[in-house]
Ligand binder design. Sequence first.
Ligand SMILES: [Zn+2]
Length: 599
Amino acid sequence: MGYMKAKSTLNPTLKTSPRTFRSFLFALIFLSILLPGMNLGRALQSEDAHAATLPLDDLMIPILAYHKIDLDAPTEWYVSVEQFTRQMDVLLSYGYQTINLDDFLNYRAGLEQPPEKPIIITFDDGFQGLYQYARPILLERQMTATFFLITSKIAETEAERQSNDWQTGEPLAYHMIWPEVQQLYQDGFTIGSHTQTHPALNKISLEEAEIEITQSRLDIQAHLPGDPVNFFAYPYGAGSDDSAIRGLVQQAGYQAAVQYGPDDGLASLLTADIWALPRRAILKDVSLVLNPNDPWWFFMRRVDPEFPLPNVGIHHLEVEDVWQTNRTKFYPDEQVNLGVHVSNWDSPADVRGSLTLSSPEGVLYRSQEDPSLQEPVISSLPSGANTGVFTYTWSTPAITVTTPISYVLTVRDPTGFLTYFTSTSASAISIQPAPLSITHSPQDITLVDGSVGEVVFTVNADQPAIQMYLTVSLSQGLDVDLTHSNPSGAWQVIPIGSMIKSRECTTPCIESTDLAAEIDIPEYGSGEMSFTLGLRRLPGAGDDEWMRYRLTMRIPTAVSPYWYQRDPRSGITDQQDYFAYQVPVLPPFKIYFPVIFKW
Ligand SMILES: [Zn+2]
């Protein structure tokens, strides 16, 4: 943190009296008007590093005022460690660079060029939590800050550590001790005074005020050899508008002072009153979650009153399958494309959408945890209705989810730190097995040698896009002819392959005699289709011949097209084709289809 240390050494130029200093500034402003286009700053700097230059543009610099940082935030004066961490991260992600009050004065004097987006962080009252929690968070991010101490509350040793008994209504909290303050100082942080005992300076006598202001500065300097203490913070902001009190602060040797508030105040680099620099309070309720109806509490509005805020709402949801057909019912393990259309009723802004899908049993999908997905970002979402869409591809779980599935959309900034909108939970889709029923007719069949009987299998499916395979197993005394019929005419029937009739089985016959046909339903819809099977008795057949069948259904839109199938006699599923889960087919297939022979 050596760079901070260097910056905290005030340049001797600033020790001229304020009046002389101000005339010098005016002269420079005058010069810069006379010499338009000339980079006065750089030209002078290259010749003499100590010569003052002026920033060509004014900067409005936010000065944030914190009090307590702790694990929890029991009162408004606290900011939780988690919140504080996120606040620092969001500042960095938006390009802010923390500077010290010394830097502020140096930039103001034209001694250094300010960074593009400077920000000043300050802490009042010197609580231990600042050392414990804020310090490591700041150090880790190479950020700097100023700590204003109530010197009578800073003890020499751990055994003497002081509590906040001066605060009414606040939970017990402890102050830092001098070794901790010295560590902060060595880290490169700025230490300032917040009086000895934290009085409202306009409520005590000027004599008492002088002691509070002067003695606290000497207390700190006695413990921090080296740099003078240059900055003062008025307790409660009281007295910052009182010329006598301001005079005491100046006489005591400070270089600038901060007030508390106003919350909409930014410090103008060129024109701010350096004896009452405005600070914006960061309290517990200052949030990274936007309430569009009350942006006052939004953190980024504390930092930048012009920060553009969208006011996002959901316009509608579009759910479709891989064929871009809108549906709301899906099979297990199917690919679903969800498009959440959004509107924006405020400033255009870059927005990122996080989607969560859940059933009453729990979360099924969270886009933020999807490593395959870069969460969709809309650049500069325009104002107006339905001006942008976040799209997600989701594979339905490989299980039947009988409860309704709802979705919640959270709209954030592209960094993910700021939350602009969270939708209420709304019903989205359901995941169901493909409803399917199959019947055959007649229930029993009677054949004599050489005769052919017809068996009609009727399939009802009210879900789209399925392919059917009918597999028939026969004992040795039977043979079949498969014909296809499509009485409704609604579906295309595509025979594939040829009948496979093998006779490898011996009694008892194993299922090696299969007969297959594929019925492809290319369009969505519901209806009926049927297979007609010609069943023929071979000469010399015995009296215990039998036939059984199974139906296999394929879902082409599934991520891994899979098969439903069921052995109608045994009910045992074929593990190889039947992927990892069972889908009930209603009603169950008839278990056994006996063939009765008539002699
Ligand atoms: Zn205070």
